[in-house]
Write a protein that binds this ligand. Structure first.
Ligand SMILES: NC(=O)c1ccc[n+]([C@@H]2O[C@H](COP(=O)([O-])OP(=O)(O)OC[C@H]3O[C@@H](n4cnc5c(N)ncnc54)[C@H](OP(=O)(O)O)[C@@H]3O)[C@@H](O)[C@H]2O)c1
Length: 214
């Protein structure tokens, strides 16, 4: 598959690294194409495989699947800038609408970042909420302290798109669980708030995640 990663920050790098051994064609992208091109060159050299780098729009235009790895507060602007290129594609939204104190969400009751992003992207884009509480540091080694890897809970209204996302997160080394429709992102985003609080109070050094036993 052709994969676009929108953003060059901690999550973008983690996702690219975690997919390094797959056959997918991966393009990192940025507001500044030169920044993504440089990151792609560096990651290609470090990992003995090819990553591409480009602008958000060019990466989205050639993608089947795009990861939205930008702050929620800037997501609407990024979506607007790639709107035409995104149509008919799968958009994996990993944004958390955290408030300034990281102890709650900034979105009102009755919606979520993923639902707002789906509205902005339009009905022809299959938005899937995933990786919301996958800490960036765990992409390098999903097994927590040598134990099991966390599960990625996946919310979305399109079953086929959720299967594609499940395949990608499993290829990264995580477990996957279909958590239900896109509105379940309201819960997933609040679970992130809980995990941040737990990790912070227990000094887990951001090496933590949720694993469901059943
Ligand atoms: N960090 C985590 O552990 C974690 C875990 C789960 C989910 N998330 C979510 O994943 C998303 C990305 O998090 P991150 O930790 O990767 O953030 P980050 O390291 O700060 O990177 C964010 C990226 O967003 C891009 N961006 C686009 N427009 C921007 C703007 N106006 N201002 C600033 N940056 C802008 C930047 O890339 P360019 O400048 O190259 O365009 C930047 O590299 C967030 O929504 C976060 O809630 C994070």
């Amino acid at each position: 598959m052709q994969i676009a990663i929108l953003g060059t920050g901690k999550m973008a790098r983690g996702i690219a690294y975690a997919l390094r051994e797959t056959a997918h064609d991966i393009t990192l992208s940025s507001r500044e194409a030169a920044r993504a091109e440089q990151l792609a060159r560096d990651m290609s050299a470090e990992n003995a495989r090819t990553f591409h780098g480009s602008s958000y729009h060019a990466a989205t235009a050639r993608a089947d699947v795009a990861f939205l790895a930008v702050p929620y507060g800037h997501a609407a602007g990024v979506i607007a800038s790639v709107h035409d290129a995104l149509q008919e594609k799968i958009l994996i939204d990993l944004t958390n609408p955290l408030n300034a104190g990281f102890d709650g969400v900034a979105t009102p009751e009755g919606t979520s970042a993923s639902e707002e992003i789906a509205r902005a992207a339009g009905p022809r884009v299959r938005v899937v909420g995933a990786l919301k509480h996958t800490f960036a540091g765990t992409f390098a080694e999903p097994a927590i302290n040598g134990g099991p890897a966390p599960d990625v809970l996946i919310a979305g209204d399109d079953a086929e798109a959720k299967k594609v996302v499940a395949g990608l997160v499993e290829a990264m080394g995580f477990g996957s669980l279909d958590a239900g429709p896109l509105r379940v992102a309201r819960t997933l985003e609040r679970m992130t708030v809980l995990l941040i609080d737990l990790a912070s109070r227990n000094h887990w050094n951001w090496n933590a995640g949720f694993k469901l036993l059943h």
